[in-house]
Design a protein around this ligand. Structure first.
Ligand SMILES: N[C@@H](CCC(=O)N[C@@H](CS)C(=O)NCC(=O)O)C(=O)O
Length: 120
């Protein structure tokens, strides 16, 4: 849902992140790479809001699953990450899956990840 909202906002604003200096092609590359990331969150969690603000600010398209609304998401987080603490970023790279907890670590990861994706 969040992914759709972000895309819609970008379409409505008629922008492909010019403020961030990205070309449409770069934005597409980033959106595609973002398919390997999933954020588990719930809206009233302040640590989640910090991460969501960063996602919004960086105009990233990342699937965000609300564990308070989606029992399947909560179960997937517990089964994969080992606990239901949020925020948690699921990072998949081929066969490898990493579950990153801690909002500050997630923000740091997203900044480094986007720079690395865009640098080719
Ligand atoms: N230091 C963590 C704190 C995360 C945290 O306390 N999350 C709360 C929600 S605001 C939570 O998931 N608590 C339930 C639990 O740990 O199972 C961060 O910055 O991400």
């Amino acid at each position: 849902m969040k992914r759709l909202v972000t895309k819609w906002k970008r379409w409505f604003q008629g922008s492909d992140s010019p403020a961030l200096g990205r070309s449409p092609a770069q934005q597409r590359t980033l959106d595609q790479a973002g398919e390997n990331l999933t954020l588990f969150f719930f809206p009233s969690c302040p640590f989640c809001r910090k991460v969501l603000r960063e996602i919004e600010h960086m105009q990233l398209t990342i699937e965000c699953r609300n564990i308070r609304q989606d029992v399947g998401a909560r179960d997937a987080l517990k089964a994969g990450g080992g606990r239901t603490t949020v925020p948690c970023l699921r990072i998949s790279e081929g066969e490898q899956v990493q579950w990153l907890y801690e909002s500050s670590d997630i923000v740091r990861f997203l900044r480094a990840w986007s720079a690395s994706v865009l640098s080719g």
